[in-house]
Design a protein around this ligand. Structure first.
Ligand SMILES: NC(=O)c1ccc[n+]([C@@H]2O[C@H](COP(=O)([O-])OP(=O)(O)OC[C@H]3O[C@@H](n4cnc5c(N)ncnc54)[C@H](O)[C@@H]3O)[C@@H](O)[C@H]2O)c1
Ligand SMILES: N[C@H](C(=O)O)[C@H](O)COP(=O)(O)O
Length: 334
């Protein structure tokens, strides 16, 4: 049987926990048969902790994986001090993401799994994107088509507005964008998650979903028209749902994804319920991209050793989910 291409795991911020996690993920997965990955990173950061094979192409990863971490070298410009990010290393962080996407677009990587970046560190080096999500869309030449989903065994959430201030989120929330995001989520649940008739729950924006206009009228003027348009297309969606109760254990079984109006409305419930198993997924692009749901964790970053201080669960969940999504896309999903 032909093996699927390996996943490309990126460097992330080299001063964060990414290098530790890459080494630990390899230790946990090397004999598991759950898929192969290669790390686009600086071999000097991990070679004291795990055996490393430097590879020149993704195709060499499979043969190396059982015995060593396959590393496609992306050297850092300056010495890495764990916990102390340095924007001079932004070039390596960005190059790693760029190469991973190129391999995925060419079908030479089964998907991209990103290690966390610190947005302000990249911004200090002139990086013009607020996060991976928007950068990946630009690399795929599909700006504006990207959406962010966070998925865990208990909940899936999609924020309509993402990396903007709360004030800007309110100013930029439109019926058109809610419809576009819900359509992409609906299609992705079918294609990448094997959910053939997705059920969408659309959140309100205001307390009590506006209380019939008493506490804000965005539900009436913006959200309900989006729901009407989605239903007219045959998409199963309900709402506007009061945001304070829609994430309860009783409510969650009735939908497959919650479409939320702003970043923290979506991410707070998910990370509170399931930080360990939560995965950040980019939908709407031709490539598969997943990521752990946590950040760079500079406060616990240390030299990469044989013992990993950071919790690798979310990265492992991201790697597994990328493999599952890839299987669904290729008709191998179950
Ligand atoms: N996917 C991404 O690239 C991504 C996601 C979220 C945040 N970030 C970035 O990360 C940076 C730091 O963000 P933050 O401090 O808000 O969040 P964070 O997730 O980095 O850290 C929050 C707390 O959780 C702990 N933590 C995080 N991951 C952990 C792990 N795997 N094991 C054990 N403890 C862990 C940290 O030590 C810290 O105490 C920011 O610059 C942010 O932009 C990146
Ligand atoms: N908003 C995400 C989170 O808090 O988990 C995170 O910042 C990652 O965003 P990108 O995947 O766009 O880097």
């Amino acid at each position: 049987m032909k093996h699927p291409p390996p996943l490309a795991l990126t460097l992330g911020d080299p001063a964060g926990i990414g290098p530790q996690l890459a080494a630990e993920a390899w230790r946990r997965l090397r004999h598991s048969g759950e898929g192969t990955f290669f790390w686009l990173g600086d071999p000097r950061l991990v070679e004291r902790a795990v055996p490393v094979t430097c590879i020149a192409t993704p195709e060499e990863a499979a043969a190396a994986f059982a015995d060593s971490l396959p590393v496609l070298p992306v050297p850092c410009e300056v010495d890495v001090i764990p916990g102390q990010p340095d924007s001079r290393n932004a070039t390596a962080t960005i190059s790693s993401i760029r190469q991973a996407v190129e391999y995925a677009l060419a079908g030479r990587a089964g998907g991209v799994v990103t290690n966390p970046i610190a947005k302000h560190v990249l911004a200090a080096a002139g990086f013009p994107y607020p996060g991976h999500t928007e950068f990946l869309a630009a690399l795929c030449d599909m700006p504006g088509e990207e959406i962010m989903m966070l998925a865990s065994p208990q909940l899936r959430v999609v924020p309509v507005t993402v990396h903007v201030s709360l004030r800007n989120a309110l100013n930029t929330l439109t019926t058109e964008r809610i419809v576009q995001v819900a359509e992409i989520a609906n299609a992705a649940l079918k294609r990448d998650f094997g959910i053939m008739a997705p059920r969408l729950a659309i959140a309100g924006l205001n307390p009590h979903a506006g209380e019939h206009g008493m506490m804000g009228d965005e539900e009436i003027t913006i959200v309900q028209p989006a729901i009407d348009r989605l239903r007219a297309q045959g998409i199963d969606c309900r709402g506007p749902m009061p945001p304070d109760t829609m994430f309860s254990a009783k409510a969650r079984p009735y939908y497959d994804v919650a479409i939320c109006m702003y970043h923290d409305q979506a991410l707070i419930p998910l990370k509170t319920l399931d930080m360990e198993e939560g995965v950040n997924v980019t939908l709407g692009l031709p490539i598969i991209r997943t990521s752990p749901d946590h950040g760079t964790a500079f406060d616990i970053a240390g030299p990469v050793t044989e013992t990993c201080r950071a919790d690798v669960s979310s990265l492992l969940a991201a790697i597994r989910l990328a493999g599952e999504m890839s299987a669904y896309r290729e008709g191998r999903g179950s």
